[in-house]
Ligand binder design. Structure first.
Ligand SMILES: Nc1ncnc2c1ncn2[C@@H]1O[C@H](COP(=O)(O)OP(=O)(O)O)[C@@H](O)[C@H]1O
Ligand SMILES: [Mg+2]
Length: 398
């Protein structure tokens, strides 16, 4: 009998339970490496072996630890469970010659500067940008491209570090403040418009499933100004629907991802309606987007990702089987109460609700798009009145 497959997981957070469960269900052995700080967290029981290292950033130490494990284990795939582990996973794959995304592709999924340059080369519309490296180029850029501008970190997920500047003097002050760190940033034109995300499953170089959604308010405004995070299905009759799906496909192709899951974001210019590429990630979207998609399509993106990876290693086919097609909407916020009271959210369209540790969330779904909009509006008002805590600027849902 052939050896069972073994997957190595890297995790900076506790997540991806259904990926790991699917591995167990399909007889794939799972070996997880995380950081010692998370030792006492509740890890899923289905993981075969867990090891802890000081942290996953010290790649020399990690490499030694993983290669030591590899003496007695044959790793067929390396899976990063969060964004921060994407490049580390690529580094380990390349060293051990394990198939999967290599380091240069991984950059396109982690480094906002690299993904912009790649998107630009592929002819995608992107906000005009400049690397905050060379003073002359930055000065020229500011003469050419009208403000306001966003200065953002290349590899951090976290709008909290984004600085909006209106005048060149503000830009220079901020760059001065960043000091040596400024080469890890980029600057780009602020595009006024609605922000969208498209979450996809890719196999055999094809986008087999893509769910487009619109954030009711740009995430930047929510993280910085506080308030409720809301996102809703873009229905097929919406003007943005087709362009979103087409541009999403073009993006994934441009970055060269043959299989996996993606989360891509776009801004739709308020006046021209053109879609601007904002960013993409090679992972399941955060902020409970996986549950939202599950409510709408009956697909658990973590589980599907596991199926994709297993099919890829086994050289087998993979098919997406969506079980239904609903419009959905999600509301998330920080709560004033540790365990917020959610009994108000009792309509039959409620698919999921969560009220734990000063967080609250509700997902609704219906065949009727307008019904979802109505419920979201009603729930939003209720949350604002009774639950919502005013968000400090650093607060961001996981
Ligand atoms: N060029 C831009 N124009 C307008 N808004 C932007 C721009 N870049 C970022 N934003 C806002 O900031 C948010 C976060 O930016 P993003 O590049 O997606 O970083 P991350 O999600 O990794 O923190 C976006 O969702 C959007 O609201
Ligand atoms: Mg983003």
């Amino acid at each position: 009998m052939s050896q069972p497959l073994t997957f190595l997981f890297l995790a900076n957070y506790v997540k991806g339970r259904s990926f790991l469960e699917e591995c167990r269900a399909q007889g794939v052995r799972t070996v997880l490496v995380s950081k010692v700080e998370l030792k006492d967290k509740s890890w899923p029981d289905c993981i075969d072996e867990i090891f802890f290292v000081e942290n996953l950033e010290q790649t020399d130490n990690l490499l030694n630890a993983v290669c030591y494990l590899a003496r007695e284990r044959n790793f067929d795939a390396v899976i990063p469970l969060d964004d921060y582990a994407v490049e580390t996973a690529a580094f380990l794959r390349e060293h051990m010659r394990i198939p999967g995304m290599g380091a240069s592709t991984a950059h396109y999924f982690r480094d906002k500067l690299a993904m912009r340059m790649q998107a630009e080369e592929a002819g995608l519309q992107i906000p005009q940008f400049v690397h905050t490296l060379n003073d002359r180029k930055i000065a020229e850029y500011m003469e050419r491209v009208p403000g306001p501008w966003f200065i953002k970190p290349r590899s951090e997920a976290g709008s909290v570090q984004i600085k909006k500047c209106y005048k060149p003097s503000e830009v220079w002050d901020w760059l001065e403040h960043l000091g040596d760190r400024r080469s890890h940033f980029l600057m780009e034109a602020y595009i006024l418009g609605q922000v969208f995300h498209v979450d996809s499953i890719v196999f055999n170089d094809k986008v087999l499933f893509a769910a487009p959604h619109r954030y009711w308010r740009p995430p930047f405004d929510v993280w910085n100004g506080g308030g409720i995070f809301l996102s809703q299905t873009v229905p097929d009759f919406d003007q943005a629907y087709k362009p979103l799906l087409e541009t999403n496909k073009a993006c994934i192709k441009a970055m060269g991802l043959p299989y996996g899951v993606t989360h891509v974001e776009f801004i739709r210019h308020e006046e021209t309606g053109e879609l601007y590429f904002l960013e993409l990630a090679g992972r399941v979207g955060g902020a409970h987007i996986d549950r939202l998609v599950d409510g709408e399509a009956g697909l658990d993106l973590w589980r599907e990702w596991a199926r994709v990876e297993i099919a890829q290693v086994q050289g087998k086919k993979y098919k997406v089987k969506r079980s239904h097609s609903y419009n959905g909407g999600i509301l998330l916020c920080l709560s004033k109460q540790q365990a917020p009271e959610l009994s108000f959210f009792s309509d039959q369209e409620v698919f999921w609700k969560m009220g734990e540790d000063y967080h609250a969330g509700v997902i609704v779904r219906s065949k009727d798009f307008d019904r979802v909009t109505d419920l979201m509006n009603r729930y939003r008002l209720k949350i604002e009145a009774d639950i919502l805590a005013v968000a400090p600027p650093t607060a961001k849902p996981a």
